[in-house]
Design a protein around this ligand. Structure first.
Ligand code: FEO
Length: 401
């Protein structure tokens, strides 16, 4: 049975929520599920915006048929070809054989990498470039390219008539939709952690490209953002754009300290906990601590996008950095984190080399600095090192202020 909802009198939400998926993109835990958003515009012509993941096949086609009410499907707009949105394109095209496929040149090329079609679809393509306009009757759709937000073929579509932007992966979030598909039907501020986790992990590397999209969109009147995942945003457009601008520029949201530690037998953890205690006593609020062995790196990376000061505490392992810390560093580097201040606690029972190796690993990140001095412990923190720890806390606090 169909499960659809009107956004405007002409536009219908026909996406599907998935609460069975464990790992989005085979990497990211989605405890609250994820939604694959698809939309149908009913004008003089009918226009489908993207499809959904393949295992949502049945619900998707029930929704599509209900939306169309017996009408033909004239256009499919491919804003993003990643299979969580494109998996059913082949079936759609083979079902509606005269359909026009509206997409970027790059998407056309990539479509054949993913699919073999039963018939020649060359005549079906309506390839668009930056600024091209498609009239569907009452509605006028303008296409804005958004390469690398999050794949190279990505574009966004602006409906000038209703002032709605179909933003592809931009402004999306993890989390299934629970009947409430609009941001003004939920406590939006409680959702922001998952918006940040989605942004930082999926698009975070491409801040420059996100900025280009924000620049293109800044002069548009926008009444609603329709992303490919998560809520349709109407009430919180300026809030989410402001956050996107911060994230795209790698600016911290919060001047405070995140402590990410790895600890095999508790020595490093003990130092990290005492440091947090000292920071708190010096007035630092909202300190966040993560045991990197216990929390999926996507959550830690997300908060690294939020916090200004990052303490990394790790033992030596295989004569290098502890494996889980090493993975986090790799994630920090591959997501292009910038403009952060780091402090280091290193622990080594016999060959202590973590601080140097951490600095080497982070070499190349733009505009980062280190708090001096690093704290070196050998197995466990000793009483005579409390002054050193106090000094580290003081230096972090001074830098924050
Ligand atoms: Fe949800 Fe980049 O796809």
């Amino acid at each position: 049975m169909e499960n659809i909802r009107n956004i405007t009198s002409d536009l219908i939400y026909m996406g599907v929520s998935d609460r069975k998926l464990s790992l989005f993109e085979a990497v990211y835990p989605v405890i609250d599920g994820v939604s694959y958003n698809s939309y149908l515009l009913k004008d003089e012509k009918t226009v489908l915006f993207d499809t959904v993941d393949k295992h949502c096949f049945e619900q998707f086609f029930e929704n599509l048929e209900a939306c169309l009410c017996g009408r033909n499907l004239d256009y499919i707009v491919i804003n993003h070809l990643e299979p969580d949105h494109s998996a059913l394109i082949k079936e759609v095209i083979e079902k509606y054989k005269n359909i026009k496929i509206v997409c970027s040149q790059k998407a056309k090329q990539m479509l054949f990498q993913f699919f073999d079609f039963d018939f020649d679809i060359e005549q079906n393509f309506h390839v668009v470039k930056e600024g091209d306009v498609l009239s569907t009757g009452k509605h006028e759709l303008t296409f804005m390219m958004a390469p690398m937000v999050h794949w190279p073929e990505v574009m966004t579509t602006y409906d000038k008539t209703d002032k709605i932007i179909f933003s592809a992966d931009a402004f999306g979030s993890f989390g299934a939709l629970n009947g409430n598909i609009f941001d003004d039907e939920v406590e939006f501020s409680s959702k922001l952690d998952e918006y940040r986790r989605y942004y930082s992990n999926i698009v975070g590397k491409y801040g420059a490209q996100v900025n280009m999209l924000l620049n293109k969109a800044k002069n548009l009147e926008i009444k609603a953002i329709c992303p490919l995942h998560g809520l349709i945003i109407k009430e919180n457009i300026s809030k989410i754009v402001e956050l996107y601008s911060k994230w795209a520029n790698y600016e911290p949201e919060l001047k405070s300290v995140l402590i990410a530690y790895a600890s095999v037998y508790g020595g490093t953890q003990n130092s990290a906990e005492i440091l947090a205690n000292k920071l708190a006593q010096k007035g630092i609020k909202n300190i966040k601590m993560y045991d990197v062995s216990m929390v999926h790196h996507s959550f830690i990376l997300s908060d690294i996008f939020k916090y200004s000061h990052i303490v990394l505490a790790s033992p030596t392992y295989n004569n290098c950095i502890f494996v889980k810390m090493d993975q986090l560093l790799s994630d920090i580097i591959s997501h292009n984190v910038q403009n952060r201040t780091f402090a280091i606690i290193e622990n080594g029972s016999w060959a202590c080399n973590c601080a140097d190796n951490i600095k080497k690993a982070l070499d190349g990140l733009k505009n980062i600095k280190y708090i001096e001095d690093k704290l070196t412990i050998k197995s466990t923190l000793k009483k005579n090192q409390m002054l050193e720890l106090e000094k580290l806390a003081l230096n972090i606090t001074d830098d924050l202020k």
